[in-house]
Ligand binder design. Structure first.
Ligand SMILES: *Cc1c(COP(=O)(O)O)cnc(C)c1O
Length: 367
């Protein structure tokens, strides 16, 4: 599809069958474990035309070559598999806890060596790079909402031949394009904003160059964490409305942060769209919007925060994020969440409901 199209148009039109008489508008779901011999795919674990449609759209949006996988964690895992045995990984102290947990285990079992850094501390990240095989970044981070200086850390990594992967789940390619900022690989939990309806688990990687793509494709093919065609079809269908959903969710987030900041029960609001947020200046430079995830700290501590999450009616008390429905949870209710995340921190995933309904419900729960 033409490079001149705005991503909002591209996301609607890319990845469709050829426009010709009686052609379907949507790529069909192909349920087949194998194919008649003689073609390029050959077997269901090696390729699927529904995957290709989804990958075409995501690849164009991110500016690379995409691969869909069974979950966000499956996508992360094949990237970590690129690290040679004993190789050094530089990763954030705060990141999605499934990722930090997997890296910790791999380090404790001697599969990798691991150096954790504050990903927002550019000097610390750069100081950790010598000898590294992989720099893993997440920005904004889940759930601390820290913003990494992606152009600076990617440039430093490139100068030392360190591969850079960025988890772009919170921003989506509509708000941030890590490959354009210097990264080699983008990772997504497609489960979240891309699919957008809390009905599928899915992941994706996007590689900037063919060689990295080939290495990742080989891992998907041989390790077998492949996506079901129905899930991919649902994700592609959900992704068609991403631009609209993101616009509305961000508008709601902006509306809510202004009110949350003024609320006496909220001791801190973390959102890079706030002018006094530590990540604001960076986010304004490298993102096209500040996203729809907010973290708040509740005055009165963990118990009070937990009570808030159990007192809403419209906001759903659940883990996960990026759906059309607003969700919230206290992250430290999970024992896997690091204790450097405040125990009174609630992560809010803002959906597309009416902003005033969202605020009234939150205000009631805070009261
Ligand atoms: C949810 C999430 C993941 C893991 O994705 P799954 O689809 O749940 O496997 C990875 N990174 C981030 C930032 C996430 O929010």
């Amino acid at each position: 599809m033409s490079d001149e199209l705005d991503p909002a148009s591209l996301i609607v039109h890319a990845g469709r069958p050829l426009v010709e008489a009686d052609a379907p508008l949507n790529e069909p779901v192909v349920f087949s474990s194998t194919y008649v011999a003689g073609g390029p795919a050959g077997y269901g674990r090696f390729g699927n035309s529904t995957w290709s449609a989804f990958e075409g759209v995501l690849g164009e949006l991110e500016g690379g070559h995409a691969l869909v996988l069974a979950s966000g964690m499956a996508a992360c895992a094949i990237v970590f598999d690129l690290v040679p045995v004993g190789g050094k990984v530089v990763a954030p102290v705060h990141a999605y806890n499934g990722v930090t947990g997997l890296l910790d285990r791999q380090a404790s079992e001697g599969r990798i060596t691991l150096q954790r850094v504050d990903i927002a501390d550019t000097d610390a990240v750069i100081a950790a790079l010598p000898g590294a095989a992989l720099l893993w970044a997440e920005s904004p981070t889940n759930p601390a909402m820290e913003v990494a200086d992606l152009p600076a850390i990617c440039a430093a990594a490139k100068a030392q031949d360190v591969l850079v992967a960025v988890d772009n789940t919170f921003a989506t390619p509509l708000l941030q394009k890590p490959l354009d900022l210097g990264a080699d690989i983008v990772v997504h939990s497609v489960t979240k904003f891309l699919a957008g309806h809390s009905d599928v688990l899915l992941g994706a990687v996007v590689a900037k160059d063919q060689e990295t793509y080939d290495a990742l494709a080989l891992r998907r093919k041989t390790q077998g964490a492949i996506a079901g065609p129905m899930e991919v079809w649902l994700a592609l269908r959900g992704m068609r409305t991403l631009a609209l959903r993101m616009d509305k969710a961000q508008e709601n987030a902006q509306y809510l942060v202004e009110r949350l900041k003024a609320h006496p029960k909220v001791s801190r609001v973390r959102y890079p769209g706030l002018p006094d947020d530590p990540g604001h200046e960076r986010a304004a430079k490298q993102m096209r919007g500040f996203g729809a995830i907010i973290a708040i700290e509740v005055a009165g501590g963990a118990e009070e925060a937990q009570r808030v999450t159990e007192s809403t009616e419209l906001w759903i008390h659940a883990t996960s994020l990026g759906g059309v429905e607003s969700m919230l949870e206290r992250r430290r209710r999970w024992p896997t969440e690091p204790d450097t995340i405040p125990d009174n921190l609630i992560r809010l995933s803002v959906g597309i409901e009416h902003s005033e309904d969202l605020w009234q419900d939150l205000q009631r729960a805070l009261g």
